[in-house]
Design a binder for this molecule. Structure first.
Ligand code: SF4
Length: 210
């Protein structure tokens, strides 16, 4: 028996089989994991595999997640399903910021994980994890629906281990900062790196003067 279960109060013998006691985390996480709503968008060919996964044959209703939401405000799972181009990345980050907490990111396919066959391409982001916090990676080109379902179940397992006591979005006064939306100029500008780049510039410029 786990230490957590050992701390639960004992049930009087006359109520055994009628009353069940369980930690609030278990009920809360069970409800959340059985109502994950993915945001509905597709980036490339992996999107068709995702669409196939969400059709009748693989039946995501089993997990309470057959409704894909067209609005980020109603979604708590982002499935990055294909090649992320530099032109598309600002929109993907903006959508992520618009999703309410708690939210999760599942990355499917070689392209989204690392750039895949287009890794050296001038227009392709070589890994969405450089910009978004990723919870689960599903490799493949494309991954089969079974692979995507395994990734979703892995997110469920992650949710089961979370606790109301230490989730950051329930702590008073701690509002998670949105990720600065990258800007596309001649290339991508990641505003989170501005301070680092300025510090590097200051190091380089005096040595050039000497
Ligand atoms: S990983 Fe393969 S199937 Fe998926 S978007 Fe890239 S090329 Fe297409």
């Amino acid at each position: 028996m786990s230490p957590r279960k050992r701390q639960l109060p004992e049930i009087p013998p006359e109520l055994v089989g009628t009353v069940h006691i369980t930690p609030i985390d278990a009920i809360y996480n069970w409800a959340r994991k059985r109502s994950l709503w993915p945001i509905f968008f597709g980036l490339a060919c992996c999107a068709f595999e995702m669409i196939g996964t969400f059709a009748a044959r693989f039946d995501p209703s089993r997990f309470g997640m057959e409704i894909m939401r067209a609005s980020p405000r109603q979604a708590d799972l982002m499935i990055i399903n294909g090649t992320v181009t530099k032109k598309m990345l600002p929109q993907v980050v903006r959508l992520y910021n618009q999703m309410p907490e708690p939210k999760y990111v599942l990355v499917m396919g070689a392209c989204a994980i690392s750039g895949g066959p287009f890794q050296e391409g001038y227009n392709v982001v070589s890994g969405i994890d450089k910009y978004l916090p990723v919870d689960v990676y599903v490799p493949g080109c494309p991954p089969r629906p079974e692979g995507l379902i395994h990734g979703i179940l892995t997110i469920h397992a992650k949710m089961e281990r979370e606790s109301l006591r230490n989730l950051r979005w329930y702590k008073k006064g701690e509002v998670p900062e949105p990720i600065p939306v990258p800007e596309l100029g001649p290339d991508l500008v990641d505003w989170r790196l501005t301070e680092k780049i300025e510090a590097m510039q200051e190091e380089v410029v005096p040595s050039q003067v000497e």
